[in-house]
Design a protein around this ligand. Sequence first.
Ligand code: FRU
Length: 535
Amino acid sequence: MNFIKTAVVALLALVALHQSEGNSTFQTQQNQCTREQHRLRYHVSPAEHWINDPNGMVYYDGVYHLFYQYHPYDTVWGPMHWGHTISTDLVAWTELPIALYPDEIGDIFSGSSVVDFTNSTGFQTNPDIAPIVAIYTSAGGEGQRQSIAYSNDKAMTFTKYEGNPVLTDPNSGDFRDPKVRKLLNGKWVMALAVGNKIEFFGSDDLKTWNKLSEFGADPEQGSHGGVWECPDLFPLNVTLAAGVTLEMWVLIVSINPGGPNRGSAAQYFVGDFNGTHFISNPWVNTQWLDWGPDNYAAVTFSNEPQNRVIAMGWMNNWLYANNLPTVAWRGQMTIPRTLELRDLNQTSNPIRLTSVPTSELEALRNPLEYVGNNAEFTVPPQTVIQLTEQATFKNPAMELEITLEITEQPGFSLCAYNAGGEEICFGFNETRWYLDRSKTGNTGFNQEYAGTLYATAPREITAEEMKIRVFLDVSSFEVFADDGLTSMTSLFYANEPLDMLYLNHWSDAGSSATLKVKNFKVWGLVCWVQERTKN
Ligand code: FRU
């Protein structure tokens, strides 16, 4: 209980800090910033020990809850618990005590949470507080089975349902990661990863489930280079080029291995869900949520107050996750991203899922740390422009927003770098984006990691204007190009902070390709991850 009290007090203090407008607040935050090597300054990472997938993401009564796969006794994967962190603004997070511990049915694998506003479960004890129900996989001696636990105190404590497990299938070995949502007809629907496919189940009360359908076993349905995990199913509106707005359904499916740039990644399908079946159209063409090496198991918040679809992923890759060169902790989440559908107005496969940083993250911009330029200028081939040359600050946590205009496919890169020659770059080469972490310092801590230093992605459109946003943190680089049509996420481990930015137009000297900077803005970002003292 004391634990909770401390956490709540800490949360209130954080909220107060955020609401205060004085510049001194920003200075204080920077001064108290963590000095731990590689520790991210504005991303979720646990104070200590191992985390993987985000779980049970839910909003209720002013608070976003993010649970996650947590091994509280080591910095490598082990018996899974649900760790817990909360935020009022999706910017600063406060770590709370462990929410779910392993029990006699098994360890607590990935899953989701919902708010049971109609008390369909009968779990409600206080008429003013709706139960929050966690639906997760119990992984134990008898295999993988689905269980539930409920909270009547706004997700501060959970009670496991005495009838667990609520969904079993002795014939399926991989049978996990339930993601549940409520349909407009009042029924609950669960998407579950079952080996090489997704199975859908329906329920009236979250306790009794019946199978509705399955999707994906056909080897031509999406990518099958690995096992399917952590599905998410949600509707989104899309405005078609013709001006009509319609609702479509998106199914995200993580896959490990088999990602576009090796290892773990998340693919998605766009189609229709009629209450029982998901119909993807067309399903031959695999689409990726993120083309970088480090965004896995991404799922979305339920009960998001503005009805947005906000995803967070585990910023990691099973290829090397157990070997990241961090000491006290291992594992971190991506920034929250708002997902939307866009019509590319092309003949085949025109609908894309876009990811952009949630607007709340603008609160990270430190008003004392800004440099930018609104005057358009041309960058000749073989020319490097120091974007942070005029900056009065150096910060290993920065946001860059840049608008470029190109003709004839110039080759260029945008890099975060340090004086020691270490750098991470996002660039464009002919028709593809690339992300290059080969010069980030510690690239040899794991052989698999060393095989993932260069990632590429197709550019989805041919517009001359290119908008690119980059979120840099001490050991992470997240890029959103063409208003989120392509995102690439990457960890890196530099010896010294990468705290400056440049743009390199590296086309051949005689090239007729042109590169223009229309404008750019760079902000140093506020650090909310403070120096942590161990008890
Ligand atoms: C995905 C995953 C899930 C599983 C969890 C176990 O990263 O393998 O399928 O529930 O991790 O920690």
